[in-house]
Write a protein that binds this ligand. Structure first.
Ligand code: GUN
Length: 294
């Protein structure tokens, strides 16, 4: 995807003298969010999109941040506006999301874009869900008619990916913390999407033999015993990583157990996350094309 975007960015520059531009806002001092935003800014450089990052302190109020977003809305040189989530608890996240110009909402979080997606007329599609569909399609995983099960109902992943799978004619089940006998439901799934944020939560008995398992979780493990329970042959390497940098990453899917039954499983890191950033580049390019009519 990044290669396709890079070519198109080059064409826009050569033929129309237009350069897409993304503005990313990071509030507070969440380490993971800082890494994600850094990766996005880096990806912009890779594909030739201009980017700017604004770091705001944890003490930023809803009012402050609204003022920042409104200022960006007025800046006609900005094609894509991104406010990294989650925001600090004291900030009214919904108010911020609603303040972003829907025509430049490259995350697809604005109610207008969410509504269009649910209606089956997507404009900006949230990046991780779009990346998941891209992954399935490029790997020739049949979606139409498949039983797809999404575990997690977040605005960022669970709900939108369910909409996209439904639009592609899957039979979609959305599970969550109140679902009764979760493994019996997830075990029906030909395509299982795990987006709950709990390390190694999806185990062997949750997975239909041969299923495609998409692991959206990114969880930090800091405990050697936990690493030993999750990583099998790889455990010593992971424990060493914990000793070296304090943590190791694992998805929502138990890697060793899943690989005993699943047809395929996306790794963490290096799976869905890469697609998320690539789709953001594509959404930003799309915003620039629409806005500038090229
Ligand atoms: N937090 C987790 N995923 C995302 C995303 O795709 N965009 C933004 N802005 N914040 C996120």
């Amino acid at each position: 995807i990044k290669h396709e975007v890079a070519q198109e960015v080059k064409r826009m520059r050569d033929e129309h003298s237009v350069k897409p531009r993304l503005f990313a806002v990071l509030v507070g001092d969440d380490d993971a969010s800082a890494v994600y935003v850094r990766n996005k800014v880096r990806a912009c450089a890779d594909v030739g999109i201009e980017s700017e990052q604004l770091d705001l302190p944890d003490s930023t109020t809803t009012k402050d941040l609204l003022a920042v977003v409104r200022k960006l809305n007025e800046d006609k040189d900005v094609d894509g506006i991104l406010v990294q989530l989650p925001l600090p608890k004291h900030i009214d996240e919904a108010a911020i999301i609603e303040a972003v110009d829907p025509a430049r909402d490259v995350d697809g979080f604005h109610p207008t874009n969410v509504g269009l997606l649910v209606m089956g007329r997507p404009r900006f599609v949230p990046c991780t869900p779009a990346g998941i569909i891209e992954l399935l399609e490029r790997n020739k995983i049949e979606i139409a008619g498949a039983n797809a099960c999404v575990v997690g109902r977040s605005q960022i992943v669970g709900r939108p990916v369910a909409s996209l799978l439904l639009q592609r004619h899957a039979t979609v089940t959305i599970c969550h913390s109140r679902t009764r006998d979760l493994p019996s439901v997830t075990r029906q799934a030909d395509i299982l999407v795990a987006a709950i944020g709990r390390a190694g939560f999806i185990r062997r008995d949750f997975i239909k033999p041969g299923a495609t398992v998409i692991d959206v979780g990114i969880n930090k493990i800091t405990d050697a015993a936990e690493a030993r329970a999750l990583f099998g042959d790889e455990a010593e390497k992971r424990i060493e990583a914990i000793a070296r940098r304090g943590y190791t990453l694992v998805g929502d899917v138990h890697p060793v157990e899943a690989d005993l039954v699943a047809g395929t499983r996306t790794p963490v890191p290096g799976g869905v996350g890469l697609l998320t950033v690539a789709v953001l580049m594509r959404n930003t390019l799309q915003a620039a094309k629409w806005r500038r009519g090229v």
